[in-house]
Design a protein around this ligand. Structure first.
Ligand SMILES: [Zn+2]
Ligand SMILES: [Zn+2]
Length: 221
């Protein structure tokens, strides 16, 4: 099938990329039940990071660490391509609302931030002129565009302490105020007390005065 035919029949699953990108996109779209432009960007950024850092990706170890700058489909595109996952503690969300990511080789300390070129949307239209919407044009074009038209890569130095973020296995503390366990050395010492960040006022919630009745409790059977 030609590209044009694929575009004409563009279903939400339109994978037109060559391998190995196509395989990555099939995997990320299977997780989402759709393929979208941001997944494509995420997968291509991850692959590009592997080239720039000289790492074979997706990794099966934890050598590469990724900071994604937004969540959603994009992050899963990055994960599928790199093997960095929130669940493997090789990915962290720094939510500044950008479709961009920084990839760090934890062995060498080398880091590169990759983002779409600011003019990527205009350039994209030339790669899928017959697409039935702009969204479809991006979906197709991001799979086909050469890297130098799609992405910018910039070597960077981290200003956060990656070793502290990764921390060590098996570290446990107990908050002296709420009594909850804290792992990965996220506790703080405040007035000589070991406390969690929530109890020192860095929490993201306040409690509500309401008691759950029995029918709200999880089924105990
Ligand atoms: Zn999506
Ligand atoms: Zn606490």
């Amino acid at each position: 099938m030609s590209i044009d035919e694929l575009i004409d029949s563009a279903s939400l699953q339109a994978v037109v990329a060559p391998e190995p990108l196509a395989d990555l996109l099939r995997r990320s779209s299977a997780m989402h039940r759709h393929l979208c432009p941001r997944q494509v960007l995420g997968a291509r950024m991850g692959m590009y990071a592997g080239e720039l850092l000289g790492l074979a990706l997706p990794q099966t170890n934890k050598r590469l660490y990724t900071f994604v700058e937004t969540d959603g489909c994009f992050a899963d595109g990055v994960s599928v391509a790199t093997g960095c996952w929130l669940g493997r503690r090789t990915m962290r969300l720094i939510d500044v609302g950008k479709v961009a990511a920084t990839f760090v080789d934890t062995q060498t300390g080398q880091a590169v931030r990759i983002a779409p070129r600011p003019d990527v949307r205009e350039l994209a239209r030339g790669y899928a002129p017959n697409a039935r919407s702009r969204w479809h044009a991006y979906l197709i074009a991001y799979q086909l565009m050469p890297l130098n038209e799609l992405l910018n890569a910039q070597p960077v130095t981290l200003t956060v302490d990656l070793k502290a973020i990764i921390s060590r296995n098996g570290l446990r503390a107990m908050c002296e105020q709420c009594g909850e366990e804290i792992i990965n050395a996220r506790e703080v010492i405040h007035d000589g007390k070991v406390l969690c960040r929530t109890c020192v006022g860095e929490g993201y919630y306040t409690t509500v005065d309401q008691v759950y009745t029995e029918r709200h409790q999880p089924n105990q059977e």
